[in-house]
Design a protein around this ligand. Sequence first.
Ligand code: TMP
Length: 231
Amino acid sequence: MAGKRKGIFITFEGIEGCGKTTQVKLLSGRLRNHGIPVLATREPGGTLIGKTIRRILLDSRNTAIAPKTEWLLYAADRAQHVQEIILPALREGKWVLCDRFMDATEAYQGRARGQDTQLIRVINDLVVQGVKPDLTILLDLPVEIGLGRALRRNSVSNAGTQDRFEREHLSFHRKVRKAYLDLAQREKDRFVVVNADTSEQEVEEAIFHYVEPLVQKCSGVQRSGFRKEKQ
Ligand code: TMP
């Protein structure tokens, strides 16, 4: 299935307040300036069905949610997202930039919530249909700084309310951060770790440093494809 994809798939990961959403927007704009068709999306909530799932998952009143329910709702959101949005876009040759993907489930539900990580990988493999990221950008920063940023963002745009995950203890967020760093260490070919404890512009430049080779590779492919067509 995934063999037919032509586009590039980049995922963004990190703890709360690491700046993923801003950086997805900045990279989207930069790639579009290079003439690249981009689809920016996110998990959970990248589809209509996913938006309903997102509301359930983040609602701070849902304290009774069982760990397995939480995990399987993320898996359901991803199954719909891959099928409806990500796979078709990659097949059309678009670059898909996704704010969180399969690694988030391993970090949050697996390592921080203590769910079976082997089983999480099996379910992830099932729902992604072979669609693995070409590049995963991990925006790393200390949890105190990330949560402080998330708190300030909420006081401006969310009437000060925190979602179910932002309400978790510092120890939970430390486990998530450590899990992401371990994943990055384990899959060095796919992950890059970018220091997010700096200005938006510096983070943007650091990210583009890793993305630029892909842009050049793709424009080279497009040019040689064009030459072939002309022959
Ligand atoms: P966001 O705030 O980055 O949009 O993500 C929503 C929350 O969902 C965030 O606290 C991380 C959490 N999450 C998981 O716990 N597991 C997952 O698989 C994903 C995609 C997100």
